[in-house]
Design a protein around this ligand. Structure first.
Ligand code: FAD
Length: 499
């Protein structure tokens, strides 16, 4: 039986990101993917939030995405645009880029990191014991792993086989989304009518001065509500035509479709992200409406939170209990994403009373404080893991500061390219002997002369030292002393004698 330290089920955005993170952590990891190639039916996610771009920048790969997509103020809450151009980040924008491109670029990175992907095979089940997991594949083979991570999407076999509950809310709406050929040209853009919200667009577009300019020709992207919620069979061209006629009065001479799929606002979250040696991430752990564009981004953030922790546990520098912090940190963050998304679904209903409520929300979000709060939330820049009381940086993302070191200028994110923790010493806080952790934690002396400003929070007191986790979140803040640092190093990166 082939053995790996970690097997990931699913090479979607979450599985690919996790594989990259584990490979950087020196883990023998393999992916099992049902699809024969990375090709994706339908365009699905339309882009990346600011924090996701930052996370990719932390690994030195953001430019690969930026060079292919459209940088723009794409953030919105219930269709109310949220401008983040004044936010203190190197990426004060979102990126328009279809999921098939995001996956292709991630797969290229994972390939460079030499992660094997067993394509055209499904994980059909698994059995775990106290030393590992036997992973059964659809071709009759098995893989043995110390850990199995289910990144296998909303209908996750891993979640179901593990018997992990998936509580939440049944759908209240259902829409078809398709890429089609039509003989007539519908009016492109989003339309809100009493019959519901529908939209026409193109796969090829440019964003100029905040406006989407669709390219001439090419397939049309359609989104149209279905009359009934709860249909489970695969949608057909006939269903799409009927839905268009019901809402628009015509199907615009619908001729053919390269993809037709359905999405709903079903909202569910795994009760636990871990069952002993089995973990869940991405859509396998949470599903919700695509409104607000949070799903792919949330999955990538799950992967970046889990990757280094699992790498340390597999590498025996940290105890297994470190894995419990994955659920403890990510479950509440995503629970809030789910609530925020449900609120948007409700606000996008097209009856007059909801529209009146929507007008009030639009007015409120036009004010600076609510705009900053919601823009930080929707862009992922306000993620705050509860690491206890203390300096405002604790548990928040480390800003990508321009540092000055004895060797010249240095960006903080450059220090994170290899997914290794960093102790950044910025002042005179006395000597600290990092030697017991020197094999795991980089220690950098630097100067920084600017202000410390966090999105939505504003300026915070300058620390004299910070301990940064590989996912870019601050694990400890020094204010003229090293008090608490040994505890933080031990808690996050293992005991002094663990290596
Ligand atoms: C219409 C639409 C628009 C969206 N827009 C956005 C957006 O703008 N922004 C955003 O952030 N998100 C958006 N999303 C959500 C986003 O597409 C998902 O959240 C994202 O794809 C989740 O990634 P994942 O890797 O967790 O799961 P998936 O992308 O579902 O990947 C799961 C992978 O596992 C494979 N797999 C499944 N079962 C098995 C098995 N048993 N064995 C092996 N492999 C298996 C699948 O083939 C697939 O490759 C949208 C979704 C839809 C439907």
């Amino acid at each position: 039986m082939t053995e790996h330290a970690v097997v990931i089920a699913g090479a979607g955005p979450t599985g690919l990101m996790l594989a990259g993170e584990l490979a950087l952590g020196g883990v023998d990891v393999a992916i099992v993917e049902r699809r024969a190639s990375q090709e994706l039916a339908g365009s699905r996610a339309g882009g990346l939030q600011s924090r996701t771009i930052e996370v990719l920048d932390q690994r030195g790969i953001a430019d690969r995405f930026l060079s292919e997509g459209q940088i723009a103020q794409v953030g919105a809450f219930a269709s109310v645009k949220l401008d983040i151009s004044d936010f203190p980040t190197r990426h004060p924008y979102g990126l328009g880029l279809w999921q098939n491109h995001i996956e292709r670029i991630l797969a290229g990175w994972v390939d460079e990191l030499r992660v094997p992907i067993h394509r055209g095979r499904e994980v059909t089940g698994f059995a775990q014991d106290h030393t590992g997991v036997d992973v059964q594949l659809s071709n009759g083979e098995s893989l043995r792993a110390e850990y199995l991570v289910g990144c296998d999407g909303g209908r996750s076999v891993i979640r179901k086989t593990a018997g992990i509950e998936f509580p939440g809310w049944d759908p209240t709406m259902s829409s078809l989304i398709a890429e089609v050929e039509m003989t007539e040209q519908p009016e492109l853009g989003v339309h809100r009518t009493a019959a519901g919200m529908y939209a026409f667009g193109k796969l090829e577009y440019e964003i100029r001065d905040g406006q989407i300019i669709y390219k001439d020709g090419g397939s049309i992207r359609v989104m149209v509500p279905e009359p009934h919620v709860g249909t489970t069979r695969e949608p057909t061209l006939g269903d799409l035509s009927a839905a268009l006629i019901a809402v628009c009065g015509t199907d615009y001479g619908l001729r053919s479709a390269t993809s037709i799929s359905r999405f709903t606002d079903m909202t569910r979250q795994a009760a636990s992200y871990r069952d002993r040696r089995v973990l869940l991430a991405g859509d396998a752990a949470h599903v919700h409406s695509p409104v607000g564009g949070q799903g792919l981004n949330t999955g990538v953030q799950d992967a970046v939170n889990l990757g280094w922790k699992l790498a340390q546990v597999v590498g025996r520098t940290s105890p297994e209990s470190l894995l419990d912090t994955y659920h403890a940190e990510r479950h509440p963050i995503t629970a809030r994403v789910l609530r925020t998304t449900m609120a948007q679904v409700a606000l996008l209903r097209t009856d007059e009373r909801t529209r009146a409520l929507g007008d009030i929300v639009t007015e409120l979000l036009g004010m600076d404080e609510p705009r900053r709060t919601f823009a930080a939330r929707m862009s992922g820049l306000d993620i705050h893991y509860d690491l206890g009381a203390g300096h405002p940086l604790l548990g928040r993302r480390m800003p990508d500061l321009d540092l000055v070191t004895a060797n010249g200028p240095l960006r903080v994110f450059t220090l994170l390219h290899h997914a290794r923790p960093v102790l950044l010493e910025l002042g005179e806080s006395g000597d600290f002997d990092i030697a017991p952790w020197a094999d795991r934690v980089q220690s950098i002396d630097a100067e920084y002369h600017g202000t410390w400003e966090l999105p939505a929070l504003g300026v915070v007191p300058a620390p004299t030292a910070v301990l940064i986790r590989p996912d870019g979140y601050v694990a400890w803040v020094g204010e003229r002393s090293h008090s608490g640092l040994v505890d933080a190093l031990t808690r996050w990166f293992g005991a002094a004698d663990a290596a």
